[in-house]
Write a protein that binds this ligand. Structure first.
Ligand code: FES
Ligand code: FES
Length: 154
């Protein structure tokens, strides 16, 4: 039995026939739709590398069943830039060296985009640290990440 799933994915309507109700949004994106920007760090909600926006809110896509998202609007790192023009948060991460190996970066950027849209952290460093605390960076690029989010939020 397949489950029909209608999504708006990075601004495009998609109709997907899910053949497994247990598939997560992360696996759907990476393994079935070829969108590998969201990363599988822990697969259990602890690292934030898989962060995407669903209906404008940050979620861990490794913890979200794709079957629960019929009608949802999903934004991944692949949908953030407009043509050749980077999103301001992407540009700020480059300007402030907000990454080293880059593995956590798509999740960091999507989380920062969500945090800025939520509008509660502003440029306050403590609030940004708290708001980004679900996104771990094994390289320890936190100082650059904080500067980037502050800059993009200003
Ligand atoms: Fe989803 Fe780590 S892969 S939180
Ligand atoms: Fe390497 Fe964050 S830049 S894990």
């Amino acid at each position: 039995m397949t489950i029909p799933l209608r999504l708006t994915l990075n601004g495009q309507p998609r109709e997907i026939a899910l053949d497994d109700p247990r598939v997560t949004l992360l696996d759907l994106l990476r393994e079935r739709l070829g969108l590998t920007g969201a990363k599988k760090g822990c697969d259990r909600g602890q690292c934030g590398a898989c962060t995407v926006l669903v209906d404008g809110r940050r979620i861990n896509s490794c913890l979200t069943l794709a079957a629960s998202l019929d009608g949802a609007e999903i934004l991944t790192i692949e949908g953030l830039a407009e043509g050749d023009r980077l999103h301001p948060v992407q540009a700020a991460f480059i300007a402030h060296d907000g990454f080293q190996c880059g593995f956590c970066t798509p999740g960091q950027i999507m989380s920062a985009v969500g945090l800025i849209r939520e509008g509660q952290a502003g440029t306050d460093p403590e609030r940004i640290r708290e708001g980004m605390s679900g996104n771990l960076c094994r390289c320890g690029a936190y100082a650059g990440i904080l500067d980037a989010v502050q800059d993009a939020a200003a």
